[in-house]
Design a protein. Structure first.
Lengths: 518, 251
């Protein structure tokens, strides 16, 4: 489709503001680590499993280090030192600590311990690189769906039931399966362990559940001759650990936003900024596409009035992502079709917003979310709303298309809700396949003017945020009309000031040379 | 007794002729599509009380599932005159009238504390009722100058909610429950009302629940003062609250 006329200099100015905003936060946060960053590091160094009370061993070891005031040095060297000195594996060290038979202390030979930690970390990087290569191989051999990729959610609470539904969805045409997490997992300060069959509104994210679903999707992918991507939630109080688990088990996408937890889960700001950096670094290295959560702003704020907050947030998310080494195609920047159906010309504004985002991020894997806020129990109208959403998605060439469910306002989807949603999207994407190349926007028309106005508002908003700093902007409720403070929210007690000789082997190994900072 | 009853009012679904009973339904069967499964779908519809059921559409969904759209004629009918429906009895007023009534009767601001309790992370409902902006052009409780509205947001423990209610001297506790999978909302709501009972607070606060699957009847069963489902707005909740407050004062 002929592009909207937008001022490239204006886009550059907005992006430069966002870069400085993200950089300032990053610099302020680099003096801290968190309990979950250290637990993720331990997981990546080979610690897994739980104690007799079902407490994960990474939590036990990190608590032990905290009690002994050793966490500021980083868990990696202390673990590696103990492995060397005691001739134990990482797992054996963790078991001994949890049984109370081993007390950890700083290594006798710091540089040898660092070297051992790095060797151990390299082995994990190799494992993750192998998974990444296998994904590339499978995509090459099997092929993959044409974009917009159809993204479907399963959420039964039982991983074995999820597997059945996911396989059915893939056979029906889904390209991406997302396993929704049990409600409340984002606020757990540990990751549950093993295969789980009890969850509410979703299924617990555990490494074993990841593995089970990965195996099922590989199998059905081979059958339908299409690589099926797996998505989970790298958010909440355990972002870095979920990233580590997903990297090991070859997840393909992760919901991973730099601000979502702060705004919508009242997780402490510092905690989130530190955790998102580490988790995104792991995701980047694992070749995972992150999905950001700007669509959520529009469930609390008005989709028309707050359109510029979505674009501003996407630009900030893009810059945070770049600091973690994510490439543009790994950035699934989120937005949504949430304008009130009663608003006259609402469809035009949806087109304007979606096309604007497409042009500002030409190489990103944009994630487009269906209507939710204005969905009702009238499923017949709901099917029409979803159809209009499907049209905007294909006409503006979005990449990741979360399928709208006509029963959105009623329940977690039934199997036939997904089936009908896939049929709808395939119909629209097929019958309108090349429409985008055949039509053009009227110069100076309503759609173009609307996109220009949103871009201008975005530039102004980012300039304001840059002046006050991102924490103050969030404090003023600039996103989603929800206000959060730097010292409020959950998880601040897990933020730890790094010692001057803090060490973690992974940034050095995982960040591309150009993006390496500390 | 008989002569005090209102005249009977029997109804059944209407397609295009009064009394035809025409209904549509759709469902999935956990078996692959074949002639037997189609017949099974038809029989099921008959057992649901549909005469002359017709499978107008069916499709195999893969992985051993099949989808059916069925039409039939409902043989049942219902006498509306014999039903009694529980609903909160109060007059819904405009925002200005509510503010005036609170000022007149209470002589201070009414304190309303709201939250999505326990595991529920969905604030859409509580935000629609409480936040300044409200929903669908109906301003939220924060915009009422005679109401002090405190929205605690998502995933608030019942204990924390009760503690905060005591601290703020809340007149009204407003909880939202959106997630109802495996009836978790019933557990959550019962927990809160038990806790209020245990703290001796139950009679001191007006306890209201809202959510898409919440009815007034269900709310009463769970020991709440009122329940609000979809299409409820801030003025509905506020009108109920002030009427309930006045009634209790008078009692």
């Amino acid at each position: 489709m002929t592009q909207l006329q937008l001022d490239p200099a204006q886009i550059d100015r907005a992006r430069d503001s966002a870069r400085r905003i993200a950089r300032q936060v990053f610099d302020e946060m680099s003096q801290f680590t968190t309990t979950t960053v250290e637990r993720a590091t331990l997981r990546l160094l080979g610690i897994d499993g739980v104690d007799e009370n079902a407490i994960p061993l990474p939590n036990r070891v990190v608590s032990h280090l905290q009690e002994r005031e050793l966490l500021p040095y980083g868990a990696a060297t202390i673990l590696a030192g103990a492995m060397r000195e005691q001739a134990l594996s990482a797992q054996q060290v963790a078991e001994a600590v949890s049984q109370g038979t081993l007390t950890l202390s700083r290594p006798r030979d710091e540089s040898a311990a660092r070297q051992a930690a790095e060797t151990q970390a390299r082995a994990m990087c190799q494992r993750i690189a192998t998974q990444r290569a296998q994904r590339a191989e499978l995509v090459k051999n099997l092929g993959e769906g044409r974009t917009p990729w159809l993204y479907l959610i399963v959420a039964t609470g039982n991983i074995h039931e999820d597997v059945v539904q996911a396989r059915a969805a893939a056979e029906q045409g889904a390209d991406i399966i997302a396993v929704i997490r049990s409600t409340g997992q984002s606020l757990l300060d540990y990751v549950p362990y093993g295969a789980t069959t009890e969850g509410f509104g979703g299924t617990y994210a555990t490494q074993e559940n990841f593995r089970l679903m990965r195996a099922a999707l590989d199998e059905v992918g081979a059958k339908v001759k299409r690589y099926i991507r797996l998505t989970n939630y790298c958010s909440g109080l355990c972002m870095p650990e979920i990233a580590a688990m997903g990297a090991m088990e070859r997840l393909d996408m992760m919901l991973n936003d730099s601000m979502y937890g702060i705004i919508f889960r009242d997780i402490n700001m510092k905690r989130t900024f530190i955790d998102q950096f580490f988790s995104r670094m792991v995701n980047a290295y694992a070749g995972i596409i992150i999905n950001t959560g700007e669509d959520n702003y529009l469930t609390t704020a008005d989709a028309y009035e707050a359109a510029h907050t979505v674009l501003a947030s996407q630009l900030i998310n893009e810059q945070f992502a770049a600091l973690s080494g994510l490439k543009p195609e790994q950035m699934g920047l989120g937005h949504a079709f949430e304008i009130n159906p009663e608003l006259e010309n609402g469809f035009l504004w949806e087109l304007a917003h979606a096309q604007l985002v497409r042009q500002v991020f030409p190489d990103a894997s944009l994630k487009y979310m269906p209507p939710t806020k204005h969905m009702t129990g009238n499923i017949f109208k709901g099917q029409v709303q979803d159809t209009l959403f499907n049209i905007v998605s294909t006409v503006t060439q979005q990449n990741i298309h979360l399928l709208g469910m006509m029963t959105e306002a009623i329940h977690t989807p039934f199997i036939q809700d997904r089936f009908l949603a896939i049929q709808n999207a395939k119909y629209v994407f097929g019958t309108m396949k090349d429409l985008h190349a055949e039509i053009e926007f009227k110069r100076g028309g309503k759609i173009e003017q609307r996109a220009q106005a949103v871009l201008a508002q975005t530039e102004t908003m980012l300039a304001q945020i840059e002046t006050m700093g991102l924490p103050s902007a969030i404090g003023k409720g600039l996103f989603a009309e929800i206000s959060r403070t730097p010292t409020g929210g959950k998880g601040l007690d897990g933020v730890i000031q790094k010692a001057t000789d803090y060490y973690n082997p992974f940034p050095h190994l995982m960040l591309p040379t150009g993006a390496r900072h500390a | 007794m008989l002569d005090t009853q209102s005249p009977e009012q029997w109804v059944k679904p209407y397609g295009d002729t009064l009394g035809d009973g025409r209904v549509q339904l759709s469902f999935t069967l956990p078996v692959a599509l074949d002639e037997t499964s189609k017949e099974g779908a038809k029989r099921l519809a008959a057992m649901m009380g549909l005469e002359e059921p017709a499978v107008v559409h069916c499709e195999d969904m893969g992985q051993g599932f099949s989808f059916y759209v069925v039409y039939g004629q409902c043989k049942h009918q219902v006498d509306l005159a014999s039903l009694s429906v529980v609903k909160p009895e109060f007059e819904v007023m405009e925002k200005d009238a509510i503010n005036a009534l609170i000022a007149e009767k209470m002589g201070r601001r009414m304190v309303v504390i709201g939250a999505c309790i326990e595991t529920d992370a969905h604030t859409v409902g509580i935000d629609a009722i409480m936040n300044m902006k409200g929903f669908n052009g109906h301003k939220g409780l924060e915009s009422y100058h005679e109401i002090r509205a405190i929205n605690l947001g998502a995933q608030v423990d019942s204990e924390d909610l009760v503690a905060r209610a005591i601290e703020e001297k809340a007149d009204v506790i407003l909880v939202s429950q959106v997630v109802t999978q495996k009836n978790i909302h019933l557990d959550n709501l019962t927990k809160l009302s038990d806790l209020l009972e245990a703290e001796g607070l139950r009679d001191k606060v007006i306890l209201v629940v809202g959510g898409p699957r919440i009815s007034h009847e269900l709310a009463k069963e769970l020991g709440y003062d009122a329940g609000f489902g979809t299409k409820s707005y801030a003025e509905d909740v506020a009108s109920f609250a002030i009427h309930e407050w006045i009634n209790r004062k008078a009692a």
